[in-house]
Design a protein around this ligand. Structure first.
Ligand code: SF4
Length: 230
């Protein structure tokens, strides 16, 4: 299940010191994805054993506060991940899980155990074919609707990729997220991408994103959009 492990992170779980685990594989194919090997060929990475992680956590109680699971798409591993996270919770650690929202039923299964979600809202629901997630768009919609009921436990996230997003798109997406606490934007980084063609795309200048951020936040009447460094 796990094919990557960042033992300590000060940024992945706000205000907490976390250990970060990366799950293998993904059912989407976002052209800008910066984890192409983990998505397409995770077998090249050595497996991280769950017992080793639990042992590490045991030895660092009081030093590590949270376990973050990212990917890939963690919820593809529902059967394996749930019992692992139950053990993490029993040891008193907070849990953050990232998801692309492609499985509403898995989201509901994990809802009770997860303290903080990172949920992608990639493009307007009608455009999910762009990330090869057309079939899953309805699930993403349901996950986002459900997550908006618990806004304080959710970070909504979008990678701003010029071929997919412009001001109109983002304003449309903002309407769907108007009840969110925070919508994080991350500027596209062409350094390493799943689709090699994406490396030819120039990211938007930060100043332009900030201008759109100001407009959307003004319309929302709150600091909805926060730009994260890419
Ligand atoms: S960006 Fe996320 S959802 Fe998209 S292919 Fe990469 S891991 Fe999957």
């Amino acid at each position: 299940m796990f094919r990557g492990w960042q033992k300590v992170s000060y940024i992945e779980y706000p205000g907490e010191i976390a250990t970060v685990l990366f799950t293998a594989g993904c059912n989407f194919r976002c052209p800008y994805c910066h984890n192409p090997e983990l998505v397409k060929n995770p077998g090249i990475f050595p497996e991280v054993r769950e017992e080793e992680v639990l042992q590490y956590l045991e030895e660092r109680k009081g030093l590590i506060d949270a376990v973050c699971v990212t990917g890939g798409e963690p919820l593809l591993w529902e059967k394996e991940l749930l019992p692992f996270l139950v053990q993490v919770k029993e040891r008193g650690f907070k849990i953050k899980v990232d998801t692309n929202g492609s499985s509403y039923s898995s989201f509901l299964t994990f809802k009770g155990i997860v303290d903080l979600w990172g949920i992608d809202y990639k493009v307007p629901f009608s455009s999910y074919h762009l990330v090869q997630g057309e079939k899953e768009a309805q699930s993403v919609r349901e996950v986002i609707q459900e997550a908006l009921e618990i806004p304080e436990k959710v970070e909504f996230r979008t990678t701003i990729f010029p071929p997919f997003h412009h001001k109109k798109t983002l304003r449309e997406m903002a309407k769907d997220l108007k009840n969110a606490s925070t919508w994080y934007w991350q500027n596209f980084n062409p350094f390493k991408t799943l689709d090699k063609e994406a490396q030819k795309v120039a990211p938007y200048p930060l100043a332009l994103l900030q201008q759109w951020q100001d407009e959307i936040n003004r319309e929302a009447g709150k600091d909805l959009v926060v730009i994260r460094p890419s």
